[in-house]
Structure formats: C-alpha cells, structure tokens
Design a protein around this ligand. Structure first.
Ligand code: HEC
Length: 280
C-alpha cells in the first residue's frame, strides 16, 4: 500500500514538471524513492540500502514541494483574493493616525515633572502655606488669625521685611519684647496690636528662604499684592536675587539689608513696624 502510494506520486509529478525537471533526474529520484520506500517498509533492510537511502531522504521530500509553487496560471487563492479586495484605509484615517506621534510626544512632555530650578519663591511657598492655612484659611480668608485676602495683609505690613520678622518670631516674642505694633502704625482702621487677636506661633523651624517663600505666597497669591512693584521683583519674582541669596546661604535675615540697597533690617529680634511712607 505504502509503496504504491510513493510510486504513484512522482509519476504524476513528472507529468506536471516535464519542462522543468530533466527526465533522468526524475527517474533517479523515483528509483531512490523506491529504495527508500522499500527500506522504510522493510524494517530489516541492509545497511547498504539504508545509507543509500539516507542522502535522497533529504532531497525526496523536496520534489513534491516544488510543484506547489510554480503553477503559473493558478487563480488567486481565497486569501490573496480577499487581500486584493480588502477595504483600503481611508485617507482621513491615515492623516489622523499620522498625528498620533505628535500627540504622544506632547502627552509624555506633559507628564514630566517641572524641573526643581523653575520653582521660585511663589511656587515654593504653596506647600509651605499648609503650616498657616489652619488658622488663616486655605485662601487667606482668615480664621483664628487675621485674613490676608483683598489687600488686608499688605495694609498691615506695607514692607515685606516687617512681615518676615513677625512670622519668624511670632506674637509671644513681640509681647515679651514690649513691641506692640509689629506692622503699619498708621494702618487704616487702626494698627494691629500684638496679642490683640490671640497667639501667633513663631516659625524658627523654617529657613529664611522658606519664610520668604511662604510670605511671598501670602502677599501675592492670597493678599492681592502688586506684582508690578519693585518689592515683587526684588523679593518674590521667579528670578528674585534675594531669594537666590537666601537659598544659597549668601545672605540671611541678619545681613540681607547690608547686601541689597533699600532693604530694611529684618534681624532676629522684634522691632516696631514701619508705615507705607517710611523709607524702605
Ligand atoms: C495657631 C494658629 C496660627 C498659625 C498656625 C499661624 N498663625 Fe498667623 N496669626 C495667628 C494669630 C492668632 C494672629 C494674630 C496674633 C496677634 O493678635 O498678636 C496671627 C497673625 C498673623 C499675621 C499678621 C496679620 C495682620 O494683618 O496683622 C501674619 C502676617 C501671619 N499671622 C502670618 C502667618 C503665617 C505666614 C503662618 C504660617 C507660616 C501663620 N501665620 C500661622 C494665628 C496663627
């Protein structure tokens, strides 16, 4: 049975491939197949036959594989026909897809965290204000402590130096030093008197740069201070030279007035506040 089958196939092949495979090669192939078939069928075949059959055993399977490809006038297989008849991707879809890399690029850019150096005092002050929000309100609307919003804090402290000193030292230090007016003595509606509204804790735990950052946030983000002012440029702008000097340790509250012109001494002791028209 098996031998018949093997013989029958090359016979058919020789008809199909008569122009492409020389007759003598086909015959040799047939002969070898025969030998291989016998040795396969006859389990007790001699070693001579087996070694002869070994080489063609590699070539033989190739013979049936050849005719599968070359038949020239073959109609398209269903797969190829389906491929040719497929719906093409419309131009608008291609254009839309071509924008995808741009979108992905911008998306990744947006996910990247801001470089730390771009955060000026206002940016740094936002998280620090969590120390103050409980008493002064998340938006500076006031609570246990005074409100900052709508210019209130600017009215109390026309000069940022007086406010920095107050926030660093707190109300108890002013009380024991006998300094009753930490801010503007000419404040509209009367000056704020030390201890009149309760106890304000001091913040020696914050660095001078951090104190400046949180006070900038209070004055300009919450208090409505004028960002066109000289004070803003000098103390609170992203490129504030005083913030840079405090951050690097080049300046401190004790000596910043010696390094920058027109700056009032902050120091580390309570001092009476200055009015808006006082020399700054
Ligand atoms: C425990 C509550 C509390 C916390 C926390 C607190 N304050 Fe105060 N703050 C007060 C009180 C009370 C006063 C009024 C003190 C007085 O009457 O002497 C005050 C007053 C002030 C004033 C003066 C306002 C004015 O118009 O006279 C400023 C400025 C101020 N606080 C800033 C801050 C900052 C900045 C922080 C955070 C670093 C902060 N406070 C945290 C309770 C607090």
């Amino acid at each position: 049975m098996r031998a018949d089958f093997l013989h029958a196939r090359p016979g058919r092949l020789s008809l199909l491939l008569v122009t492409e495979i020389p007759e003598h090669l086909l015959k040799r192939s047939q002969a070898r197949r025969g030998a291989a078939g016998e040795s396969a069928g006859d389990a007790a075949g001699s070693t001579a036959v087996a070694t002869q059959a070994a080489a063609p055993a590699v070539a033989a399977p190739k013979a049936p594989a050849v005719p599968a490809g070359p038949a020239p006038a073959k109609p398209d297989s269903p797969v190829v026909a389906a491929y040719k008849a497929r719906k093409k991707i419309p131009v608008w879809a291609m254009l839309t897809l071509s924008i995808f890399p741009v979108w992905a690029f911008l998306y990744v850019l947006a996910l990247r965290p801001e470089p730390a150096t771009a955060v000026g005092p206002l940016g740094a002050g936002v998280p620090l204000y969590s120390n103050c929000a409980g008493c002064h309100g998340a938006e500076g609307g006031g609570g246990v402590g005074y409100a900052f919003a709508d210019g209130a804090v600017i009215a109390s402290y026309p000069h940022i130096e007086d406010q920095l000193r107050w926030v660093k030292l707190g109300s108890d230090a002013y009380k024991s030093a006998g300094v009753d007016i930490p801010g503007d003595p000419n404040r509209e509606g009367g000056p704020h008197i030390t201890g009149a509204s309760g106890v304000m804790p001091g913040w020696p735990s914050l660095t001078d740069a951090e104190l400046l950052a949180v006070v900038c946030h209070v004055r300009y983000d919450l208090g409505g201070g004028d960002e066109e002012s000289e004070e803003f440029a000098l103390w609170c702008a992203d490129d504030s030279p005083i913030y840079v000097a405090l951050e690097s340790g080049e300046a401190t509250f004790d000596n910043v007035h010696e390094q920058f012109e027109g700056v009032i001494e902050i120091g580390s002791m309570p001092l009476p506040g200055t009015s808006a028209d006082a020399a700054g």
